[in-house]
Design a protein around this ligand. Structure first.
Ligand SMILES: [Zn+2]
Length: 360
């Protein structure tokens, strides 16, 4: 392996990334499709991460960023998962991402963008649908997020940045994906299988706050009196995830959440990494539009989603929100003005609303 790549123009895969790729391969994680392929030395075949075929032994497995890299080393594409077909759409998206990343103007014209990557507008539309689930226009709008650009500035490859921002997977981005939320596009398998979660607990004036996160974003924000109870809750919510106490993992995220608990306005965007149905996502995105100091009723939220009869489903989505504070479910109340319930206790909901109203 060490000499194999010497003459290859492709970058070698760092060990840490290879470990991540192997985990994604074991979990047949379709979110990883497009960000790498794995090749099997014994069969000379390469596959995308989600390939349904049997997993090879780790020691027979080599990872490549792209199908081209794998082929350069003599591997052939698998007939089941067709990694090359997958790759052409992704490659086109990556070229466009590179063009956009270097663009100085914010104007967007599909025709000229397509011309820059030697494609037709129709080809571009198809490639985007397949690789990201978004139209080129929607992609461009969400793409301009500072987070993505920041990652590139800090030296991430476009592939990694796309993946981290949730664009790496095939046709899994939901129609309404709001990149501002930083949610990853694929719904996790039930119980958070494949997630590696680190948690921290801090003291606030409302009691303990537990913040749990993966390397991609925040997965849980719980409030309570007792650390052990909160951790048990977390293990219930993500029963199949790997959960550890983080020594100092995401200090800045924790600090930001504590600030918000104390009633301060958001000062940074917090990426989320949560398991959710498409409907839950839509509700949570709607909740993030409620300004600090304001409240909405369940009925209003249901109407805003053009689902006026889904009031109860909206209430359920609020009650099951794992990232309190960031998704401000405490700002939703009953039509008669009463506060309704709160997973973390009514007194906390009351205090949060008071503080936000006072400082908004
Ligand atoms: Zn395959």
């Amino acid at each position: 392996m060490q000499t194999q790549h010497r003459n290859s123009p492709s970058q070698p895969i760092p060990t840490l990334a290879a470990d991540r790729f192997w985990q994604a391969t074991l979990h047949r994680d379709s979110r990883a499709d497009g960000s790498f392929v794995f090749a099997v030395r014994s069969t000379h075949i390469y596959c995308r991460p989600s390939c349904p075929a049997r997993r090879p032994l780790r020691r027979n497995t080599v990872f490549f960023r792209t199908a081209q890299d794998a082929e350069r080393q003599g591997f052939r594409p698998c007939r089941r998962c067709r990694p090359k077909q997958q790759d052409s759409a992704t490659a086109l998206v990556q070229q466009v991402a590179a063009v956009l990343a270097n663009a100085s103007k914010d104007s967007f014209r599909l025709g000229s963008l397509a011309a820059k990557v030697n494609a037709s507008p129709a080809m571009l539309r198809r490639a985007f649908r397949r690789a990201t689930g978004l139209s080129p226009k929607e992609f461009e709008q969400t793409f301009r997020l500072s987070r993505f650009k920041k990652m590139l500035r800090e030296g991430s490859t476009i592939t990694d940045a796309l993946y981290a921002c949730g664009y790496g997977s095939s046709s899994r981005l939901y129609e309404k994906t709001n990149a501002h939320l930083g949610m990853t596009p694929a719904s996790y398998r039930k119980g958070g299988a494949g997630m590696q979660i680190g948690y921290t607990v801090a003291n606030t004036s409302l009691g303990k706050v537990l913040v749990a996160a993966t390397e991609r974003g925040v997965s849980a924000v719980y409030l309570g009196e007792n650390e052990r109870t909160l951790v048990e809750e977390l293990r219930k919510e993500y029963a199949k995830a790997e959960i550890v106490r983080a020594a100092d993992g995401h200090d800045n995220w924790l600090k930001e959440i504590v600030r918000r608990v104390e009633g301060n306005a958001p000062s940074v965007d917090l990426p989320l990494d949560v398991q959710a149905t498409a409907f839950q996502r839509r509700v949570w995105q709607e909740l993030q539009k409620i300004p600090r100091g304001a409240t909405r009723t369940y009925t209003q939220v249901a109407r805003a989603l053009h689902k006026p009869r889904s009031v109860r489903a909206v209430a359920r989505a609020c009650a099951t929100n794992p990232v309190s504070i960031i998704v401000p479910c405490h700002r939703v109340i009953r039509s008669d003005g009463s506060l309704a319930g709160y997973r973390w206790g009514l007194p906390r909901k009351e205090k949060l609303l008071e503080r936000e109203a006072a400082s908004a």
